[in-house]
Design a protein around this ligand. Structure first.
Ligand code: SAM
Length: 215
């Protein structure tokens, strides 16, 4: 299968539509990621197919939980995951990408510019110290992929989520264990609205998605 086939068919398996035009944006993103990765450390995954599966498909695996047109904050976005892929497949979203490493923020803003994406920005800062342009209690969805423990991530996310908003945690193969450890501390403060345990398409990579709403 071609790389484009991996992306489009893999997305279909996740219930997400990727058009040819979306695919063009993903490949432009892939090229920019590889160019910058030669200069700064953005990802240890170097192979195109693995980037498509472990970064792009993984990122859009939460798209079915996200309604287009809403406001999304990606805390600890790194090289833009999951926020930039989500913006490509849900173009009506207003997306803010927050990261504490300035070079990663520069990479994200360069990618946004090269892909011609609108209503998306990357902001430099630590979630504990809300930057001026990242308002509190404002976002319909907070997404986090691979940022700290479940309880730490919830602490970082809670101030930013709107009253009816949802916090979406994306975890790897130890996600179920982590959730079982965190559940007691979390259950009086959050309602579990979705829990998905699945394998990423075209791979044997286990993933967990936990969606929570503050009580
Ligand atoms: N979400 C991306 C992904 O899945 O590829 C990056 C994950 S990386 C393991 C964690 C990222 O979170 C890093 O880019 C780091 O700079 C950022 N980060 C860690 N603590 C943070 C904080 N308190 N506020 C903002 N960003 C933070």
């Amino acid at each position: 299968m071609s790389l484009r086939g991996y992306l489009i068919e893999g997305a279909k398996e996740l219930g997400v539509g990727v058009s040819e035009k979306d695919a063009d944006l993903f490949f432009e993103y892939l090229e920019n990621l590889k160019t910058w990765n030669d200069k700064i450390n953005l990802t240890s995954i170097k192979n195109d197919r693995d980037i498509i599966i472990s970064h792009f498909l993984d990122s859009i695996s939460v798209a079915p939980l996200i309604e287009d047109g809403k406001r999304v904050l990606d805390i600890g976005s790194g090289a833009g995951f999951p926020g930039i892929p989500l913006k490509i497949v849900r173009p009506g979203l207003e997306v803010t990408l927050l990261d504490s490493v300035n070079k990663k923020v520069s990479f994200m803003n360069d990618t946004i510019r090269k892909l011609g994406l609108k209503r998306i920005k990357a902001v430099w800062g630590r979630a504990e110290e809300p930057p001026n342009d990242v308002p509190l209690r404002h976002f319909d969805y907070i997404v986090n992929r691979a940022v700290g423990s479940i309880s730490d991530t919830l602490k970082l996310s809670s101030p930013y989520v709107s009253e009816d908003g949802t916090i979406i945690l994306m975890r790897g193969k130890r996600g179920s264990e982590e959730w079982n450890t965190a559940i007691e501390a979390v259950e009086n403060k959050f309602e579990l609205v979705d829990f998905k345990d699945f394998t990423l398409p075209l791979s044997d990579l286990k993933r967990i998605i936990i969606a929570l709403r503050p009580l």
